[in-house]
Design a protein around this ligand. Structure first.
Ligand code: ADP
Length: 310
């Protein structure tokens, strides 16, 4: 768990982060959103002390982050930035091994961890372990950046616009991978993004910043249905809010008893995707069918529309 207490950062007379307090539960993802210059990156970087706070404090699992030197603290906190920040003259395996080496892990343990991460990130060791970053695609480089951040099994992962340089299709895949990996390793993730769809897709909780202040910190559905003020309502997208609400619920969760003749959709599809499919096919109901071919229920347009209202 990360506890941020009344955290501020001032440069001269300018306050760029202003008295922010929030708690990030273990094994969850917090997405920080806000306009450019609102203090998102500064807030994130104060968690691993890449930026030293002017006042306030940060606790990780109850321990003040100032209890150890910043360079040691950072070995236990994964950090991923846009454009991945890989060492260009080190191989993929060497990049991933960076922090375990600093921590003095035995060679065999490092080798095993690198092999595990290459597998998790679908990078065939024979082709990629000894490749240099520039020999990889943008999406692969980004995966290596995340693998490197996770190498020493940190409980906390900080990500600053991690998918900002990826094209939309690879970006969606990278987001799905992050959700999978977060569940698999049970990490606590704090992620900065300016992409509201990304924040809603990934965030267990979303923090909305403006002018260095935290305006609201809530679950996505609460931000949409009970925005703290007009700025939050605008940020979360007045025009898209019904669709965003639908994207927070899966077909499996919303399925009603019974079946129908409509198109089959998987339980993992969001209601937004199901509605789109129904519009496209001119149908008014869908069958929710799982991977084993079992019908899990049905969804009518009316039932979906009802979930898009506060
Ligand atoms: P965001 O991530 O929301 O775009 P940042 O946290 O990067 O915002 O920056 C917040 C504000 O702090 C900006 O106005 C930026 O210019 C200012 N700032 C960031 N770092 C420094 C610094 N080292 N010195 C002075 N001002 C800074």
């Amino acid at each position: 768990m990360i506890t941020v207490e009344n955290l501020s950062k001032r440069y001269g007379n300018t306050t760029v982060v202003d008295g922010v307090s929030l708690t990030v539960e273990r094994n969850s993802i917090t997405a920080i959103v806000g306009t450019s210059g609102s203090g998102k990156s500064t807030l994130l970087r104060m968690i691993n002390r890449l930026v030293e706070p002017s006042s306030g404090r940060v606790l990780i699992d109850g321990r003040d982050t100032r209890d150890e030197p910043a360079y040691l603290l950072r070995r236990h906190i994964g950090y991923v930035i846009q454009g991945n920040g890989l060492f260009p003259h080190r191989t993929v395996a060497e990049n991933i091994a960076t922090v375990p080496r600093l921590l003095g892990w035995e060679a065999r343990r490092i080798e095993a961890r690198v092999a595990e991460l290459l597998e998790v990130f679908a990078l065939d060791p024979a082709s990629y372990a000894h490749a240099l970053p520039h020999q990889l695609s943008g999406g692969q480089q980004q995966r290596v950046g995340v693998a490197r951040a996770l190498a020493a099994e940190p409980m906390v992962l900080l990500m600053d616009e991690p998918f900002g340089a990826l094209d939309p299709i690879i970006r969606a895949k990278a987001q799905d991978d992050l959700l999978d990996i977060q569940r698999r390793f049970g990490m606590t993730v704090v992620l900065v993004t300016h992409d509201m769809d990304e924040a809603f897709r990934l965030g267990t909780q979303v923090a909305v910043m403006s002018g260095g202040r935290l305006l609201q910190y809530d679950r996505p559905a609460v931000l949409l249905t009970q925005p703290a003020d007009p700025f939050v309502a605008r940020m979360t997208g007045l025009a898209d809010r019904a669709m965003r609400l639908l994207s927070l619920v899966t077909a499996g969760e919303a399925a009603l008893p019974g079946t129908c003749d409509g198109p089959a959709v998987p339980p993992t599809a969001t209601l937004r995707e199901v509605l789109s499919e129904l519009l496209w096919r001119g149908a008014d109901s869908a069958r929710v069918v799982d991977a084993e071919g079992r019908v899990r229920g049905q969804l009518t347009v009316g039932a979906i529309l009802a979930r898009g209202r506060p």
